[in-house]
Design a protein around this ligand. Structure first.
Ligand code: PLP
Length: 424
């Protein structure tokens, strides 16, 4: 689709809504630009003033099947008309049994696996932390600098992408140690050395429950680690009886062209956390673990709303679409983006690097005289909004492209033409 901007931005209706929102909604939300959405369809987002935008951020990689995919909407409506809730922690439902079977069938290495359902990414990570402790009887964790795993107290102890996320929140879960996430070939050896140094100095390996890692670092900058990184973590984990948890909340469910990003490295993790793209925009989290690891007993962990049947129905429809072709489209469209932007660092002095896997692609921006790179980046994102292209930032000075997996070749070409105009 081509964007259509028909008012100044924000338009009059948007301005009135923003004024009310600013008075009454939590100021902790870091609103990026003044978009007030009214409706969406596929990669198109329309605001309350009738402006139409091309969405290359999908609600932070959530609307995997595009906005309001008819099959997802139909599944939600059907389930909502039957029943909205009966507490999945206490009773059974056809949608949960079916989704558990379908999801665990995707577990790398063939399983057998089991699923715990939550409402969000952070809750899926909390569940992984709790199960790691429960199963191993150990209480320490290794995580990576630059990572984002959520904002509740447990997952925030792992999160380390920005100090603003931790400032003034006091002591978090103790026993979490951070090491550097390798960015380039050859850097895995330094990460291994850092972990071994921890084992020799302050962290007895037999006290470590799990290594928690994003197979592609998301908020930290869409960093695709060197190919030996995940296999090295698997090796260290196996050597010391430590569990390997893959946080695929952002990179999972087909976005990289494979169901799970760990599959690119041929690594079988012990647990996978999923959420964002899982139910196309409905709030659902899932923590999958190998069957022998998920040995907690009734009452150990549960949630009133986790595994809500309407969200589960949306996830089943999402899975149908992802496995029915969207995963392949993500690989093809991701390659189309990379092919076109690979030459940008040579063409545009503002662009210092491009990288990505499937529809998780980023470019790094350079400073402009005394203007820091992060500010240059924010300015470009703001201007893209005014031209009808929705983008988001990540890392220190990167713009990320994470459109819905339904994105087409024309959409890709249109978005990149807009960006090339801005960069020039
Ligand atoms: C890799 C990763 N893990 C966990 C989370 C937390 O998810 P939520 O915001 O749903 O709690 C995010 C959110 O951006 C994420 O990118």
């Amino acid at each position: 689709m081509n964007p259509k901007i028909v008012t100044e931005l924000p338009g009059p209706k948007a301005r009135a809504i923003i004024e009310t929102d600013t008075k009454y909604t939590s100021p902790s939300y870091g609103r990026v630009y003044p978009l007030v959405m009214r409706r969406g369809s596929g990669v198109m987002v329309e605001d309350v003033d009738g402006n139409q935008f091309l969405d290359f951020q999908a609600g932070i990689a959530v609307c995997s099947t595009g906005h309001a995919h008819p099959k997802v909407v139909e599944a939600i409506q059907r389930q909502a008309a039957d029943f909205l809730h009966m507490c999945s922690a206490d009773f059974y439902s056809p949608v949960m049994a079916e989704l558990s079977q379908r999801l665990t069938a995707t577990f790398p290495g063939g399983g057998p696996a089991r699923v715990f359902y939550a409402n969000s990414g952070t809750e899926a990570v909390e569940a992984a932390m709790k199960l790691s402790r429960y199963h191993t009887g150990r209480d320490k964790f290794i995580a990576f600098l630059g990572s984002f795993h959520g904002r509740s107290m447990g997952s925030l102890s792992l999160t380390s992408s920005k100090t603003a996320q931790r400032r003034r929140f006091g002591a978090l879960v103790p026993g979490v140690h951070h090491v550097t996430y390798p960015k380039a070939a050859g850097e895995t050896a330094q990460t291994r050395a850092a972990i071994e140094r921890l084992f020799q100095t302050i962290l007895p390996p037999e006290e470590v429950a799990a290594i928690v890692v994003e197979p592609i670092q998301g908020e930290g900058g869409y960093i695709v680690p060197p190919s030996d990184f995940l296999p090295t973590l698997r090796e260290i984990a196996d050597q010391h009886g430590i569990l390997l948890v893959a946080d695929e909340v952002q990179c999972g469910l087909g976005r990289t062209g494979k169901m799970w990003a760990v599959e690119h490295a041929n690594v079988v993790p012990d647990m996978i956390c999923s959420s964002k793209g899982l139910a196309s925009g409905m709030p659902l989290g899932a923590m999958m673990a190998r069957g022998d690891i998920m040995n907690w007993t009734p009452g150990a962990h549960a949630s009133t709303f986790g595994g809500n049947p309407v969200c589960l129905a949306a996830a089943l429809a999402t899975l149908d679409l992802v496995q029915g072709g969207l995963m392949g489209n993500a690989a093809a469209m991701g390659q189309r983006i990379i092919d076109r932007i690979a030459g940008w660092p040579k063409r545009f002095p503002r662009v210092t690097a491009v990288r990505g896997l499937g529809l998780m692609v980023a470019i790094d921006l350079a400073p402009d005289g005394s203007v820091p790179a992060g500010d240059v980046r924010d300015k470009i994102i703001e201007r893209a909004f005014h031209r009808g292209l929705l983008l988001l930032s990540c890392g220190e000075a990167a713009i990320r492209f994470m459109p819905p997996l339904v994105v087409g070749a024309d959409d890709v070409d249109c978005a990149l033409t807009i960006l090339e105009g801005l960069l020039a």
